[in-house]
Design a protein around this ligand. Structure first.
Ligand code: NAP
Length: 423
């Protein structure tokens, strides 16, 4: 694809004109220099009021996918199934596509890779993980050859906004969640954010680039903050810590990686301790480069639109992800070998507490008549995954302390790194 001149810009087909679509459109109006023009826009609802004249919109996204006059496609709709249908069709035509849809990419990455290999198209999705933080291309290109001990971070701005409100202003969960929704930081149905489904999708995507593993999202542990109370925030504060929803990707000694997303007690010396409100943060711990930290806006029209624009420039320049760590062996990794995590469990009914088979209990409070009871001990990652839905349904709050160990009697030194234990 040749470089456009200002009088011959590349023509975009924009599918979706909500928060992200409008953010990208606005950036392109303010920044003509990159040389893109939005030629056609497809949306869903014909009766919706729009900020542009009605003749700018059409209602059959397939027409854009099939239009050979369009140089690049941008898919930013809010329906993962329809997004997958449209993006797969575009890739079957060998087209170049940028998307922001993390749920779609996380669930269908193996098929999307096959389609690119078979038909020669390209799909970039920087906007799908942590908005404007340039993490995917950095992991794929810059850290493509370097082993990474861990990649961890706060990947969901809505739950972080709620945690910040509870921690700094002492506001209760329901009040601060309603405030986050009013400000547009949280979905009307908050479970995607608050139950950590959204950051799980992002962690699955990063695992492909950081470790070459293609994980099924359903097999990745996600625990959220729907049951958090001010007592949990106080418990952390008394120990000089904050609770954050942390996604952790950890390298395993035999190759591959394990991934989980849960609330975690974070110490003041962690860069994530200082990531507040709707911001996201990513910490990469590389074998030779050491620790790197980014903090930035994980959502919103302009930050996410900025990431899409960066993908458009990259597509124009012929860039495609290399997935440098993806091999037949790593791709076959599904659920990682088991680990034990130290967890704080509050308000668990007796059966669930027994089901978690906690060991090495370090701290506990349980007194008849008290509504606040907790226990701290080790449980297996697979046990948490097995009981995830029951824990959620019973309103149990679970947070990691940050300590992780191998289930085998002989600890594997490569896995149990100082960084891991201190995280
Ligand atoms: N919002 C963020 O900050 C953010 C950040 C990172 C990633 N993302 C991802 O970006 C994507 C878009 O999010 P958003 O917040 O911009 O969503 P949004 O504000 O709800 O807008 C969605 C847009 O998609 C259109 N649409 C839905 N189904 C369609 C179809 N079948 N054909 C054509 N258009 C269709 C809607 O049309 P109507 O206008 O007619 O309803 C609307 O314009 C999602 O995958 C989201 O996860 C969002």
């Amino acid at each position: 694809m040749s470089k456009p001149s200002p009088i011959n810009p590349l023509r975009l087909g924009l599918i979706g004109f909500g928060c992200v679509g409008q953010g990208l459109y606005d950036i392109l109006q303010k920044l003509p220099e990159p040389g893109f023009v939005v030629q056609r826009i497809a949306v869903k609802n014909p009766s919706k009021l729009r900020p542009l004249p009605a003749e700018r919109f059409e209602f059959h996204a397939d027409d854009l996918v099939n239009d050979p006059e369009l140089d690049l496609l941008v898919e930013v709709i809010d329906d993962p199934n329809e997004a997958f249908r449209l993006v797969s069709q575009a890739l079957q035509l060998g087209r170049k596509v940028a998307t922001a849809n993390k749920a779609m990419v996380a669930r269908h990455l193996p098929e999307l890779l096959d389609l690119q290999r078979e038909f020669g198209g390209a799909l970039l999705y920087e906007a799908s993980v942590c908005g404007s933080i340039p993490v995917i291309r950095t992991l794929d290109s810059y850290f493509g050859q370097e082993p990474l001990h861990s990649v961890s971070g706060i990947f969901n701005g809505s739950s972080n906004y709620v945690l910040t409100g509870m921690t700094t202003a002492g506001v209760d969960y329901a009040t601060v969640l309603a405030e986050a929704q009013a400000q547009g930081f949280a979905e009307t149905d908050p479970s995607l954010d608050m139950a950590a489904f959204d950051p799980r999708s992002k962690a699955v995507i990063l695992a492909a680039h950081a470790y070459g593993v293609l994980l099924n999202p359903d097999e990745v542990l996600n625990l959220g903050i729907e049951s958090i109370s001010s007592a949990d925030i106080r418990f952390a504060a008394e120990r000089g810590q904050k609770i954050k929803v942390v996604a952790s990707l950890l390298r395993l000694p035999a190759g591959g990686a394990t991934v989980f997303v849960t609330p975690q007690f974070v110490d003041a010396d962690s860069p994530l301790y200082h990531v507040e409100r709707e911001f996201n943060g990513v910490v990469v711990d590389a074998a030779f480069a050491g620790q790197h930290f980014w903090r930035g806006r994980g959502a919103g029209g302009h930050p996410t639109g900025s990431a899409v624009l960066s993908d458009l420039v990259a597509l124009r320049n012929g860039f495609r992800y290399a997935y440098p760590k993806l091999t037949e062996t790593t791709a076959a990794t599904s659920v990682a070998p088991d680990l034990e995590l130290e967890v704080y469990v509050r308000h668990a009914p007796k059966e669930l507490r027994q089901a978690l088979q906690l060991t090495d209990i370090g701290d506990a409070l349980s007194a008849p008549g008290f509504s606040y009871d907790y226990v701290v001990g080790y449980t297996r990652l697979s046990t948490l995954l097995q009981h995830r839905d029951a824990l959620r349904a019973a309103g149990v709050f679970v947070a990691r302390t940050g300590k992780v160990r191998s289930v085998t009697a002989e600890p594997k030194p490569e896995l149990i790194t100082a960084e891991l234990v201190a995280e």
